[in-house]
Design a protein around this ligand. Sequence first.
Ligand SMILES: Nc1nc2c(ncn2[C@@H]2O[C@H](COP(=O)(O)OP(=O)(O)O)[C@@H](O)[C@H]2O)c(=O)[nH]1
Ligand SMILES: [Mg+2]
Length: 392
Amino acid sequence: MEIVKYEGYDLDELIAQAQKEYGKEVKIISYEVLDDNMLFWKRKKYALFVQVPSPEENFLELLAKEEKSEEFDHFLERIEDMIDKKIEPIKEALHKGTNCTSEELPPHIAPAVPVKIDFDEEFKEFTGDALELIKLLLKKDVDPKVAKIIVKESCGFDIDANKFDLNTSFFKEALMNAIEKKFKFKGPLKIQKGSFKIISFVGPTGVGKTTNLFKIASELVINQKLQIAVVSIDTFKVGAIQQARSFSNILNIPFYAITDSKNLKKTLQNLNGFDVVLIDTVGRSHYDYWRLGEMKEILGGGHDLMDISLVISCNYKNSEAIEIVNRYRTFFPISDIFFTKIDETYKPGILLNLPITTDIPVSFISTGQKVPEDIKVLNPERMVHYILGEKL
Ligand SMILES: Nc1nc2c(ncn2[C@@H]2O[C@H](COP(=O)(O)OP(=O)(O)O)[C@@H](O)[C@H]2O)c(=O)[nH]1
Ligand SMILES: [Mg+2]
């Protein structure tokens, strides 16, 4: 709170000026009449005293102004500092790969600030083709640390240069070698008849859970001749149930829409004679902890017979995708990452970043909207093709 003094010959004008600068709500404390003997016509001169709000109190007013003021920038900086302090422990925990409990998590985590790297310094241990491959990977949005891990895997030590270089002149071969060693692939779905396998698809809204569940269902029904049922707990998205029901009708498989855990348990017990039950879930924002908790209750903790597939779109930013995986794995034992929308990105670095960073196996990749054909089992060769941008 501070007091500001205005001087002039017209009191109304002084009030208008104060209101213009500090808003209509500015508090007028008092005014004084000053003698102004310098002027021979002896006009009355006034001093107006107003109480003005501090920058914090003035926040909304400043926010409403089109142009940014220095005060506003300063205020934002202070808020950013406060947020940074609050989220620092969580960021550290996530980097260490610790599973944070829901109590530790704030409502939002600031997106990771892109780090500018000094290429020569960061990759000084590499030379020749190894450096060229690293450059290519970075262009595809592969994280620098991940690029280093992958490329090193196919390097030998060049004694003359005293640096690492690729031990093959083919990028494809180098990548294949590294991916085969470093990644876990779930491979094609092989389900025994009569095994009562349950596969749940979880992940944020709109990533393609429902669409891809039915691609899998088609494969299991048409090619593997298994008995399938679909259970949907996605009751919140408009039209979600209808979409799932019509897919089920086309495939001629039973479809159940349920809303709470008791019903899910009962429904699953009734479906005991089926070979596979596919569970479609509601897309939850990963920031929405309470709802994720609720979904966990419905799905149960997961068990040997249940796979929980986390569906992630390839057009997510890396930091965002890692955050999603970390958030979901605090709630569910994730069995595999199911990538979608590879057709919508030309920088698919996420395909390498996520499995390396999270150590979770990868399963499928969805290549478009068409059901059932736009899906492929992920394997090292396909991974390399997508990274190098070749058509399959
Ligand atoms: N381009 C493209 N679109 C996809 C892919 N997979 C799903 N979609 C589309 O993404 C939208 C959301 O899919 P949906 O299955 O309803 O997402 P959900 O909310 O996760 O269940 C739909 O329009 C799908 O056709 C994909 O691989 N590529
Ligand atoms: Mg859906």
